[in-house]
Design a protein around this ligand. Structure first.
Ligand SMILES: [Fe+2]
Ligand SMILES: [Fe+2]
Length: 159
C-alpha cells in the first residue's frame, strides 16, 4: 500500500493491523484444530465428518493467507512464530474433541470457533466500512464464509 492510499484510508492503521493479526492467529489455530480433527475423527460416518472438517480447514488456511497478504500490504507483519499464535489471537486455541467419535463435541467446538470468527470479522468490517475499501471487501468475503461454516455445522446437529 502506497503513502497516498494509506492517507485516504482514514483508519487507524496500527489498530487495523493489530486487529488483522489477531484474526490471522485465530485462523491458524482454527485450521490446526479442524485439520487435526478431520484426520483423527472415527466412528460411524467419520468419512463425512472428516470431509466437512477438511473443507472448512482449507478455507481457514486460505483466510490466513489472505489476511497475511493484507497485513503486509498495509505495512505490517503477521505473527511469525507458532508459539505466539495463541498469545496474539482473539481467543484461545479452540481445542479438539476428547473422544474421537464424539461428533456432538466436534460440532460444538467448531460452532463456538465460528461464532467467534463472525464477531471478529464483523468488528473489522465496521472498522473499515467506507474507509479502507480493500480491507472491507476482504473481511466481508471472509465473514460470508465463516457464516457458511457455522451453518454447515448447525445442519449436522441432530434434530
Ligand atoms: Fe476463517
Ligand atoms: Fe470458519
Amino acid at each position: 500500500m502506497g503513502r497516498k492510499s494509506r492517507e485516504i484510508a482514514g483508519v487507524d492503521l496500527k489498530e487495523l493491523i493489530k486487529a488483522l493479526d489477531r484474526a490471522y492467529c485465530d485462523e491458524w489455530l482454527a485450521f490446526y484444530a479442524y485439520w487435526y480433527m478431520a484426520h483423527t475423527v472415527s466412528g460411524r460416518g467419520y468419512e463425512d465428518m472428516g470431509e466437512f472438517l477438511s473443507k472448512i480447514a482449507k478455507d481457514e488456511l486460505e483466510h490466513a493467507q489472505e489476511v497475511a497478504e493484507r497485513i503486509v500490504e498495509l505495512g505490517g507483519l503477521p505473527t511469525n512464530r507458532p508459539a505466539n499464535l495463541e498469545k496474539n489471537g482473539n481467543a484461545p486455541y479452540p481445542g479438539v474433541m476428547k473422544k474421537l467419535y464424539d461428533y456432538d463435541e466436534i460440532i460444538k467446538l467448531v460452532e463456538d470457533a465460528e461464532a467467534g470468527a463472525i464477531d471478529v470479522y464483523n468488528k473489522i468490517a465496521k472498522m473499515t466500512f467506507g474507509k479502507d475499501h480493500d480491507t472491507y471487501q476482504l473481511v466481508t468475503h471472509i465473514l460470508g464464509e465463516e457464516i457458511a461454516h457455522e451453518e454447515m455445522m448447525e445442519n449436522l446437529e441432530e434434530k
